[in-house]
Write a protein that binds this ligand. Structure first.
Ligand code: AMP
Ligand code: MG
Length: 400
């Protein structure tokens, strides 16, 4: 059962849902997804306050060279209780301090002589100048953030400003990562003849961490039933399991067999894409299980195109796909398959728009092309060859 790329992507997304909600402290919020709509519990600012260091005055008094009697001082952190600005008087005030009664404008200190007992005003002000009014930023009851919002430093600032300390966010999925293959040894060891370093576990873990999910590296399973069953059983405790290798033609299909024995409901075993064709998707109860091919480039493309959107959906994100953009081809870009073809390209910004050129040898065994690439070009099955002058869909892997 070979799925088209679009059908595979849709099938996966249909079968994953946002995880449960947890409350976490402010200090942990960065990069998380808000789980509920939030209304402002109070006005922001909470009270009228001064935008500048200066003098609280009555605007009508402030013709140039007017002299006002300084009758008080409201530093930041003080209240303005018992302080009243009357005609002909001024109150020294600091930025953020509450506006005293009677005051309808602030004269910034640089527009005065800074006098202590008497202050000379050097510039007129209008009513309301340099006052930040209560609720002028956000009024009580306003919806300030909606469920699904990515919490960046600005949102964290707002939540902290409302004195909220525990925030409901979507739980981050744990993602168990299992590399399979008798030839594999972990990084740090010196490979003997025929041995390959398990680099996939680490690139998958990096890709999982990059989007804010929690990787759990399970290590290496050997190509035998016992080793695979044990490691897969451990991996099924996580919210998501990703296995790498052992699913291509020529393998003994052991991964597939063991997953079936473990009760995984298989939804597909192949996708009409290149690289990444032998990618499988199944469900462990409701929990997704992915198997990606062992070839490093294939595993990264399969993650990027099929697994990453699913993890983002599980994390409650609204935009799960990297934006598609159009670029002019600096050709040729060849598909050479009747599948959806992902090509590693270098995209440059030019005065006439984005231009995409092959990043090098597109053989799936070539890792250096992946390193040189800053975008993936997506060619539809029927797009055999694109040449200079054609346009192509691209996804930027990093901002230009
Ligand atoms: P397979 O999918 O098992 O046919 O593996 C395809 C290719 O990927 C082989 O050359 C493997 O040695 C290589 N490979 C498999 N697993 C890994 C891994 N975890 N890290 C790096 N290369 C791998
Ligand atoms: Mg293998």
């Amino acid at each position: 059962m070979v799925q088209s790329f679009e059908a595979a992507q849709q099938l996966i997304l249909e079968h994953v849902t946002p995880l449960s909600v947890e409350k976490i402290p402010l200090t942990e919020l960065a990069g998380r997804t808000l789980a509920e709509d939030l209304c402002a519990p109070v006005d922001l600012p909470r009270w009228d306050n001064s935008e500048m260091d200066g003098f609280a005055v009555q605007a009508a008094d402030c013709h140039p060279l007017a002299q006002l009697k300084v009758i008080g001082y409201v530093p930041a952190g003080a209240t303005a209780e018992g302080v009243t600005v009357k005609p002909g008087t001024a109150v020294r005030i600091m930025t953020g301090a509450p506006i005293p009664t009677g005051c309808n404008a602030i004269v910034p200190i640089e527009n005065t002589d800074g006098g202590r007992e008497t202050v000379t005003i050097q510039q007129a002000v209008q009513t309301g100048d340099f006052i930040r009014f209560r609720g002028s930023d956000i009024a009580t009851g306003e919806t300030i953030l909606t469920a699904g919002t990515l919490l960046r430093p600005a949102e964290v600032n707002l939540l902290a400003a409302f004195s909220l300390t525990e925030i409901a966010v979507i739980r981050q999925p744990t993602v168990a990562i299992l590399s399979t293959g008798d030839e594999l040894i972990p990084p740090g060891e010196t490979p003997a003849a025929g041995q390959i370093i398990d680099s996939n576990s680490h690139s998958l873990a990096a890709a999982v961490r990059e989007i804010g999910a929690i990787p759990q590296i399970l290590g290496i399973a050997h190509d035998n039933r016992e080793s695979l069953s044990k490691k897969i059983a451990a991996g099924l405790n996580a919210d998501v399991l990703i296995t790498s290798a052992g699913v291509s033609a020529g393998d003994r299909d052991l991964v597939r067999e063991i997953l079936e024995e473990a009760g995984i409901q298989q939804l597909f075993w192949k996708v009409a894409i290149k690289p990444g064709g032998p990618t499988a998707f199944g469900l462990n109860g409701g929990k997704p299980v992915f198997s990606v091919p062992g070839n490093p480039v294939s595993s990264m493309i399969a993650f990027e195109q099929l697994i990453r959107p699913a993890l983002l959906k599980m994390m409650g994100k609204k935009d799960v796909f990297r934006p598609l953009e159009r670029a002019a081809v600096k050709g040729p870009l060849r598909n050479e398959t009747n599948k959806t073809r992902f090509l590693r390209v270098r995209v440059e910004k030019t005065p006439t728009g984005l231009v995409a050129e092959s990043a090098g040898d597109q053989n799936t065994g070539i890792l250096s092309t992946m390193i040189r690439a800053n975008a993936i070009a997506i060619l539809a099955p029927e797009q055999n060859e694109l040449v200079t002058g054609d346009d192509v869909d691209i996804q930027l892997l990093n901002p230009l």
